[in-house]
Design a protein around this ligand. Structure first.
Ligand SMILES: [Zn+2]
Ligand SMILES: [Zn+2]
Length: 317
């Protein structure tokens, strides 16, 4: 590509089911002999901020792909500050991004040759299908995996990514990943039985942020800042998800234990969800958890109406 003139890529590819927009861009540019970083500049795809409709229209035309299909696969602007849209859902900006390192499941890449949409979510710590943590470092060269690479399944060092087969995810994390992929539309996965029933009623953004708030700190006295520093990798965040799921299950089994977690839960994060969330169910659960941790007062009588003593809201189907 000698010039930055807008024109359509001559070789047309189809978006695969569950493929991410950035992964498609990498594949389409590659098929047309354009390097990723050069192509991204040519497309004007600014990854540090969510995209607007006009940018997506231009990018889709250049990539020679349907605009509405591509638009749901990229992180887009939302009407509210601090929120973005991906896959037709709302997420906090830090939960879904075009910018983060490109984590991958090497087995998915080998079998399907596409980068999955869910990998762009912070909440995707592993692969639901293969049961391993996603990798963010190349096992050959040790560099972080970047979008700017020769092909979806090939690292900057020129070698194919490989799985670290010692890195199987815990049952709670597997259940979380299955639920998340199903919520994103992959109904081929079995429905998770190891998740707290409460989580099943929430948005993906709300469920992830509540589980993260509950599981972030391993013990009382750990600061939120140091706990956050420890979960920058899929593996580290996986440990948080596991703890958060276990703690929410314990509260669900006996609401009285919520008080026990008041010293380890990230309460400011719960307060933020209670104030502003993707779904009212997220707000109700975050609010209920905060109340339950605050005092031994019966949390049954809430603004959502009275309910049997000690019972969590939302979850009785
Ligand atoms: Zn996989
Ligand atoms: Zn490498």
């Amino acid at each position: 590509m000698e010039t930055l003139e807008p024109r359509q890529l001559p070789v047309k590819l189809e978006l695969a089911p569950a493929e991410s927009g950035l992964g498609f861009a990498l594949r389409a540019l590659r098929a047309n002999g354009v390097a990723f970083d050069q192509g991204i500049r040519w497309l004007g795809l600014e990854r540090h901020r969510p995209l607007d409709q006009q940018s997506v229209r231009r990018i889709a035309w250049c990539l020679n792909v349907d605009r509405s299909q591509l638009g749901t696969r990229l992180v887009m602007q939302d009407a509210s500050t601090g929120w973005v849209r991906l896959a037709g859902m709302r997420f906090r900006r830090q939960v879904a991004t075009n910018k983060l390192y490109a984590k991958v499941c090497p087995q998915c890449l080998r079998e399907q040759g596409i980068a999955k949409l869910s990998w762009q979510l912070r909440a995707a710590v592993g692969c639901a299908q293969h049961g391993y943590s996603l990798i963010w470092l190349c096992p050959h060269c040790g560099q972080t995996i970047a979008w700017n690479r020769p092909d979806v399944d090939i690292c900057r060092c020129g070698r194919h990514f490989k799985t670290d087969s010692s890195d199987a995810v815990e049952p709670e994390v597997q259940a979380w990943l299955n639920w998340m992929e199903r919520a994103l539309g992959d109904v081929a996965l079995s429905s998770p039985t190891a998740l707290p029933t409460a989580a099943l009623h929430l948005s993906i953004d709300g469920a992830f942020r509540i589980i993260e708030a509950l599981g972030l700190c391993p013990r009382a006295g750990t600061s939120v800042r140091s706990a956050l520093a420890g979960c920058k990798t899929p593996r580290g965040l996986g440990a948080v998800v596991q703890r958060g799921v276990e703690r929410l299950k314990a509260i669900e089994a006996d609401p009285g234990v919520a008080m026990r977690f008041s010293m380890v839960a990230n309460q400011p994060a719960l307060a933020q969800i209670a104030a502003d969330a993707a779904a009212v169910e997220d707000q109700a659960l975050a609010w209920w958890l905060m109340q339950s941790m605050r005092s031994s007062v019966d949390p049954g009588a809430t603004r959502a109406g009275s309910r049997p003593r000690g019972q969590l809201p939302l979850f009785i189907s």
